[in-house]
Design a protein around this ligand. Structure first.
Ligand SMILES: NC(=O)c1ccc[n+]([C@@H]2O[C@H](COP(=O)([O-])OP(=O)(O)OC[C@H]3O[C@@H](n4cnc5c(N)ncnc54)[C@H](O)[C@@H]3O)[C@@H](O)[C@H]2O)c1
Length: 273
């Protein structure tokens, strides 16, 4: 199985760092020569795109605005004659304790994570229909959409909203052969180092408990996105793809499991004495 994006017009948002940067490099490594990399962080975008100027057009834009989303999609259409793939990876994840959670932070998170994903999905869908392309749209969620998370009132709920949006969009765009899926990463190693002390301490406790006892790498998320963006995912739409090393399933088991229950023999149902 050889995934190739040769001749495909691709958009990646949130391309200035983390998973987005990795996505840009993975698409390029898979033959894409017509890619729009978008972010509101101009300096980070420059770092991602340096050395790839022949194949990447960078767009500084805010996905949470209609103007920003249209600029990103119009750039792909104007420069590359249409749009085949749109990966809506841009997001924000500020944490605040629940009882102190501010409305401003809530609104910002929803503007980027929900409105931004909606605007980009809608604009990409319109462009794909206009160009009669069998397009692929990949949106992002997070494991916290299911598990919740301390301090993540807006973030976790906004990611749950993108899962629902993905299902709606998959139904609406299915008749045009445009497939919409959502990727839901677990803990991925994207934070700039050194980590703040509290975050470092929290991760040192959490990571050994993960089933794979390590965070995922951005490239491991990109690999799944590339599959969903490729010709190989032709009967996959409206789905949420967990890329979390089973973190959403449970914690690592202890080395030895001891049955200390002295009340019953669970096989015979008899009382233990
Ligand atoms: N890293 C993780 O552990 C993790 C876990 C679960 C889900 N995710 C999801 O994966 C995706 C990527 O995560 P990451 O860790 O690489 O994120 P990140 O914070 O490192 O990067 C996000 C990028 O989005 C850009 N961005 C933010 N707001 C924007 C806006 N309004 N317009 C344009 N660009 C904007 C930022 O500038 C940044 O470059 C996100 O959708 C996130 O919700 C990440």
């Amino acid at each position: 199985m050889q995934i190739s994006f040769e001749g495909k017009s691709v958009i990646v948002t949130g391309a200035a760092r983390g998973v987005g940067r990795s996505l840009v490099h993975s698409f390029l490594a898979s033959g894409c020569t017509t890619l729009v990399a978008a972010d509101r962080d101009e300096a980070g975008l420059l770092e991602t795109c340096t050395g790839h100027e022949d194949h990447v057009v960078s767009v500084v834009a805010d996905v949470s605005t209609q103007e920003g989303a249209n600029t990103i999609v119009d750039t792909a259409v104007d420069r590359f004659g249409g749009l085949d793939v749109c990966v809506n990876n841009a997001a924000v994840a500020p944490m605040q304790s629940f009882l102190d959670y501010s409305v401003d932070v809530w609104d910002t998170v929803y503007a980027v994570n929900c409105r931004g994903t909606f605007l980009m999905t809608q604009a990409a869908g319109r462009a794909m229909i206009a160009g009669e392309r069998k397009g692929r749209i990949v949106n992002f969620s997070s494991g916290s959409a299911k598990t919740g998370g301390a301090g993540a009132a807006a973030y976790a709920s906004s990611r749950a909203a993108t899962e629902a949006l993905g299902r709606v969009a998959a139904i609406a765009l299915g008749p045009y052969d445009i497939l919409v899926n959502t990727v839901s990463p677990g803990l991925i190693d994207t934070q700039p180092k050194p980590l703040p002390p509290a975050m470092k301490a929290g991760l040192e406790k959490r990571i050994p408990m993960l089933p794979l006892a390590r965070p995922g790498e951005p490239e491991e998320v990109a690999n799944v996105v590339l599959f969903l963006a490729s010709a190989f995912s032709s009967y996959v739409t409206g789905a949420v793809w967990e890329v979390d090393g089973a973190a959403g399933v449970g914690s690592r088991a202890p080395k030895e499991i001891v049955d200390e229950d002295v009340r019953y023999d669970w096989v015979t149902g008899t009382k233990r004495t």
